[in-house]
Design a protein around this ligand. Structure first.
Ligand SMILES: Nc1nc2c(ncn2[C@@H]2O[C@H](COP(=O)(O)OP(=O)(O)OP(=O)(O)O)[C@@H](O)[C@H]2O)c(=O)[nH]1
Ligand SMILES: [Mg+2]
Length: 306
């Protein structure tokens, strides 16, 4: 899932101290962006860098402190490293010397908790090859891809890049916008926003404001009406909106007055789609009897949330 409006995928490097996280970053970027040393605990705070990865392109890479640190300061560093996980599109769990036990298990549960796809890279393969026992241990726990690598020799770089590419989800490259991919420049979007006693005084709720802004960002046209004026507007102007968005509480009413061939969706549906994973959300959506799918999976005419 993409966080923020940055189009570059965020890749986080996690693992114990000294496994070569910083060296790994230098190797895949072909430059000396991260500080490397043989002293465990060289990287102390998460370091975010905008980089170019061979074969992948621009990305944001986050170097982190080792998660096997100790002491009061070490605990703080670990917690900082863990906090970055939720913002990643893809995580790389770096291991070395066939060490794979509680620290690695912990990291994997954190990745799973935040639904962050990950791959496992055994670094320093020039020194110690990845053993079959380690592979077996890993396979017991996860079916994530495992790649052997060496930040020093750069061996297996091609398979590493392929594995990273395969792990970064498509959504990481998509701008998180409410109506991205649905509307285009010049489209007329009708927003039907009930203003009842529950509406906040003097303002609009966030998804409505976001929709208005997003329509403007697409160089499209907003028509904002209450549900009581929607039918009148359509009849008197003859304007046919490309899309109608309304509030979930008004779906029932609005779906009756909007012609069947105009796609209709909800502010909260659009919002959920932006936040993803939309396919999961759609599983919980109940369609009206006369509903019809408009564009593959993006929105329904009309939909309602169970
Ligand atoms: N032989 C060998 N040494 C490596 C490799 N990758 C890193 N090293 C060495 O391992 C040591 C630690 O490397 P770093 O990149 O600083 O490790 P790190 O995981 O960032 O360490 P911290 O920031 O302390 O958590 C350095 O002396 C590196 O030169 C590798 O693939 N092969
Ligand atoms: Mg480091």
């Amino acid at each position: 899932m993409k966080k923020g409006k940055d189009l570059k995928p965020h890749i986080g490097i996690f693992g114990r101290r000294n496994v070569g996280k910083s060296s790994f970053i230098n190797a895949i970027t072909g430059s000396d962006v991260a500080i490397v040393s043989d002293i465990a605990g060289t990287t102390t705070d998460p370091v975010k860098k905008s980089i170019e990865i061979f074969g992948i392109g621009p990305a944001i890479i986050v170097d982190t402190a080792g998660i096997d640190d100790s002491g009061e300061l070490g605990e703080k560093r670990i917690s900082k490293s863990l906090q970055t996980i939720k913002n990643m599109d893809c995580a790389i769990l770096l291991i070395a010397s066939n060490q794979f036990d509680e620290f690695e298990n912990q990291l994997i549960s954190h990745f799973n908790n935040f639904d962050v796809p990950y791959l496992i890279v055994h670094n320093k393969t020039d020194k110690d090859e990845l053993s079959n026992d380690t592979i077996k241990n890993i396979k017991k726990l996860t079916d994530a891809a495992i790649v052997e690598f060496s930040a020093v020799t750069g061996q297996n770089m091609d398979s590493l890049i392929d594995a990273i590419k395969g792990t970064i989800p498509e959504t990481a490259y998509q701008k998180s916008s409410l109506l991205g991919g649905i509307i285009e420049r010049g489209d007329i979007v009708m927003l039907i926003t009930p203003v009842d006693s529950e509406a906040p005084d003097g303002r609009m709720i966030l998804p409505q404001v976001m929709a208005i802004r997003d329509v403007l960002d697409h160089d499209a046209i907003n028509i904002v009406v209450k549900e009581t004026e929607a039918e009148y507007f359509l009849k008197t102007t003859g304007i046919k909106p490309k899309l109608v968005i309304t509030d979930s509480q008004a779906f029932g009413f609005v779906s009756k007055i909007i012609p069947e061939d105009i796609p209709l969706t909800g502010f909260s549906v659009a919002y959920a789609r932006m936040r993803g994973p939309f396919e999961e959300y759609v599983k919980g959506v109940k369609k009206y009897p006369h509903s019809k799918m408009v564009t593959g999976y993006l929105y329904w005419n009309p939909v309602h949330i169970r």
